[in-house]
Design a protein around this ligand. Structure first.
Ligand SMILES: [Cu+2]
Length: 460
């Protein structure tokens, strides 16, 4: 299996990661791909009706009238072109979560592009690499929680894991009404006027349930398997404010990828992931029957989202639920198969950032006391090894996501990482190999919309 060189577009050879001072490498802005696309797709964003269970319907915002949006699937290295038509009564964009695209294609309103007006179109073109499990979503306001997302799969040309079939499993929190930010800092409980002694909590939106592939537990999707097969599941947390714990009854999962990046296979019976994270896991279909896939909210009390794994030989009946998890994946278990270039040794630049609730009347979340967009950019220079140390001074988790780059966290390579509550600390390292202006933010959509973001800005 060849090492993946993330810097190819910038012309890095990357042969000797960590060799000396890193001098001599050139980091130039990644230009927008102009090659003829291998795949061209039209996506129209518009309002429509979804039925996540037989007697349940609501008005959602969707791509192509589908919820989740249509699966985009391309081969690694292919040029993908997506023409987005905005038929919403609001401005919108699309962000290609996890893919280090050229900056103008990243879909962040007022940072990488002007948001697309109602009735207008915008074409995103980028090279789909590296291979992995990704998703695409609106990056305007709270539109992700109205349904504007879909899976984006970039297939390996030579997978490091063997499997016979695969399923994409998108877990999500179901909001049957228009999302809105809490109107003030009160939020009930012990939120409110600053103070709170670090116990300032949070309130989740009024979710009516939890979804797998757009379906409530009353009408779960079925994944058919045949005895003896190896099944690859690509799990995506597209929730806006939910940390999910995932289990599959009757089967151990072998985690093979974290945020799309291959890891040394690790056997677990559950994993936890925050908004924006992805895991690929393989099961061996050696236990015939009908089994539940279950995703429960760690920070909510809705009934778990469910899907069904059904063997062809099974005679139906209700699926068996998973037993309680005993062997849960930890970040420390993750060992990336290829290393990230340019992040060995001591960093060239370090940011120490505190994540916390804002003080005062309004509902804000801050990084070092500043609420985006009234926040200073984090300024870096091309080719630097940048370290960000985060300390979470709130009781709730923050899944922090960096655009345009992968980062190293422990021995894993990821693009989104949970910073635990109650003074949890996480350190990430990345190589400044993709010049531009990139958002770094909490992927809890409500925290993002309430200010928990910074722009990482390259300066010469
Ligand atoms: Cu957060």
């Amino acid at each position: 299996m060849g090492a993946t060189t993330l810097g190819v577009i910038a012309g890095c050879s990357g042969q000797l990661p960590g060799s000396g001072d890193g001098g001599g490498r050139e980091v130039t802005p990644r230009s927008t791909v102009t090659a003829e696309p291998d795949t061209s797709v039209n996506l129209t964003a518009a309002s429509g009706t979804i039925r996540p269970a037989p007697e349940t319907s609501t008005t959602n915002w969707m791509y192509e009238g589908q919820f989740p949006g249509p699966e985009l699937r391309v081969q690694e290295g292919d040029v993908l072109s997506v023409e987005l038509t905005n038929d919403l009564q609001a401005k919108t964009t699309i962000h290609w979560h996890g893919i280090p695209v050229a900056n103008p294609m990243d879909g962040v309103p007022n940072v990488t592009q002007d948001p697309i007006d109602s009735g207008e179109t915008f074409t995103y073109t980028f090279r789909a690499e590296p291979a992995g499990t990704y998703f695409y979503h609106s990056h305007v306001g709270l539109q992700l929680d109205r349904g504007l997302f879909g899976p984006l799969i970039v297939e390996e040309r030579s997978p490091h894991v063997e499997y016979d079939r695969e399923y994409v499993v998108i877990v999500d929190d179901y909001l049957p009404e228009e999302p809105e930010l809490p109107s003030d800092g009160g939020m009930g409980g012990d939120g409110g006027m600053g103070g709170g002694g670090g116990m300032m909590g949070d309130v989740r939106p009024p979710y009516e349930g939890l979804l797998i592939n757009g379906r409530l537990p009353a009408d779960p999707p079925t994944f058919e398997v045949a005895e003896g097969e190896r099944i690859r599941f690509r799990f995506v947390n597209a929730g806006s404010a939910t940390v999910f714990g995932v289990r599959i009854a009757g089967h151990e999962m072998t985690v093979t990828h974290a945020d799309g990046r291959p890891v040394e296979p690790i056997d677990v019976d559950s994993f936890v992931f925050g908004a924006g994270e992805r895991y690929d896991a393989v099961i061996e279909a050696t236990n015939p029957g009908t089994w539940a896939v279950q995703a429960n909210a760690l920070d909510g009390n809705e009934p778990p989202a469910r899907a069904v794994v059904e063997y062809e030989s099974a005679s139906g009946g209700s699926p068996q639920s998973p037993s309680s998890a005993s062997n849960r994946l930890q970040y420390g278990d993750l060992q990336a198969i290829s290393s990230l270039d340019g992040v060995s040794g001591e960093p060239d630049r370090t940011f120490d950032l505190t994540l916390s609730r804002g003080r005062g009347q309004s509902y804000t979340w801050t990084i070092d006391g500043q609420a985006y967009p009234d926040a200073d950019p984090l300024q870096i220079r091309p080719d630097e090894h940048v370290r960000i140390r985060m300390t979470n001074r709130s009781p709730v988790v923050h899944p922090m996501h960096l655009h345009g780059h992968f980062f190293q966290v422990g021995d894993a390579i990821k693009d989104t990482v949970i910073v635990p509550g109650h003074r949890g600390q996480v350190t990430i390292d990345f190589h400044a190999d993709n010049p531009g202006r990139w958002l770094f933010h909490c992927h809890n959509l409500y925290h993002l919309d309430a200010g928990m973001a910074r722009v990482v800005r390259y300066v010469e």
